[in-house]
Design a protein around this ligand. Structure first.
Ligand SMILES: NC(=O)c1ccc[n+]([C@@H]2O[C@H](COP(=O)([O-])OP(=O)(O)OC[C@H]3O[C@@H](n4cnc5c(N)ncnc54)[C@H](OP(=O)(O)O)[C@@H]3O)[C@@H](O)[C@H]2O)c1
Length: 302
């Protein structure tokens, strides 16, 4: 069983992955920005260079356990924040993420970097494959594309049994944030407004955690996609949620938002999962499965 290092263990995907790896019997370590009082997680703030973190004795012990898979999930994730604070977010999302990945791969780790469909910009209805050219139109997408290029270089120069993978992930739906708010409102009989002209191809945190651990276990460098099987508008998806919750679908009202968002905003939904992903045993998540996971999480959180 490999050892796992989850960088950004308190985030949405980091938390789901940490739990999944622990349940599968991996030896795991994670990182936190709120180090105080946390013996189980190692302190790391990517606003600063990662030197102190890389010398931590707990990391040393993890490498002594066996082959390490490092998941680089910590990031300043908001599109808007990347747009308004490009310098500060670039230090976290590019400079220090790349520095951390390089040092871990040199030490023999297999590094897994979660990227996004945002590297393709606004592709409309077209689902692009792992080998397609990246054309980001947002700062978030440009930062992701830059780390992807670094990961490809690390993969090419990695020592034996080390390597680097980029995993582009479609929209993750979970019971916090926007979708939780919608479900709470629907459950109270309050109408919601959702975009008819923005698409998503939803995947659940559980599906992503399974995919990431599978890719890490194989230790084969490359680019992979984790996507929903089907594109759907936010409006259609909200209507499905209302139906699954037993609420009236008439509570869901359609609005048009594209014209207000500007040309740079990414409207990518589905990613094509071609041979690299299929060969790794990965399949797209069905819409029904993503919806079921979301409803289960929502009901469990109430
Ligand atoms: N969710 C999606 O739909 C999706 C889709 C494609 C790709 N991704 C990528 O997957 C990764 C994880 O996403 P997520 O949804 O789990 O994001 P998230 O919930 O926002 O978690 C991000 C984590 O990064 C940590 N972090 C932020 N700034 C940091 C810094 N300066 N130093 C150290 N840690 C820092 C956060 O720490 P705090 O808890 O202290 O804030 C949090 O634990 C990101 O790279 C994201 O771009 C996500």
């Amino acid at each position: 069983m490999p050892s796992g290092l989850v960088i950004g263990a308190e985030g949405l995907l980091g938390g789901a992955l940490l739990a999944k790896l622990r349940a599968a019997g991996w030896v795991v370590a994670g990182t936190t920005r709120r180090e105080k009082g946390r013996e189980d997680l190692i302190g790391l703030d990517l606003a600063d260079p990662p030197d102190r973190f890389l010398l931590d004795a707990r990391l040393e012990r993890l490498f002594a356990e066996g082959p390490v898979c490092a998941f680089l999930l910590a990031a300043a994730t908001g599109y808007e924040r990347c747009e308004t604070e490009p310098v500060a977010t670039r230090i976290v999302n590019v400079d220090h993420t790349v520095a951390t990945a390089r040092r871990l791969v040199e030490r023999g780790a297999f590094a897994v970097f979660p990227s996004s469909s945002a590297v393709f910009g606004d592709t409309g209805a077209q689902a692009l494959g792992e080998g397609a050219t990246t054309r980001p139109t947002t700062e978030y997408g440009r930062q992701k594309a830059e780390v992807e290029r670094a990961m490809a270089k690390f993969a090419a120069g990695a020592p034996a049994n080390a390597g680097a993978a980029t995993v582009r992930i479609a929209k993750v739906v979970h019971a916090g944030g926007r979708f939780g708010e919608w479900m709470n409102r629907l459950a109270c009989g309050t109408p919601i407004e959702t975009a008819r002209d923005m698409m998503l191809s939803p995947v659940s945190p559980d599906y992503v955690a399974r995919g990431l651990s599978r890719i890490a276990e194989r230790r084969a460098s490359g680019v992979y996609h984790l996507s929903g099987a089907q594109d759907v508008s936010y409006f259609e998806f909200a209507r499905m949620l209302a139906g699954a919750l037993g609420c009236s679908q008439s509570l869901v009202r359609a609005v048009e938002v594209r014209a207000f968002l500007g040309a740079g905003v990414s409207n990518s939904g589905r990613l094509h999962m071609g041979n690299p992903s299929r060969d790794a045993g990965l399949e797209p998540q069905t819409l029904e499965s993503a919806l079921t996971d979301l409803i289960r999480e929502f009901r469990g959180s109430r």
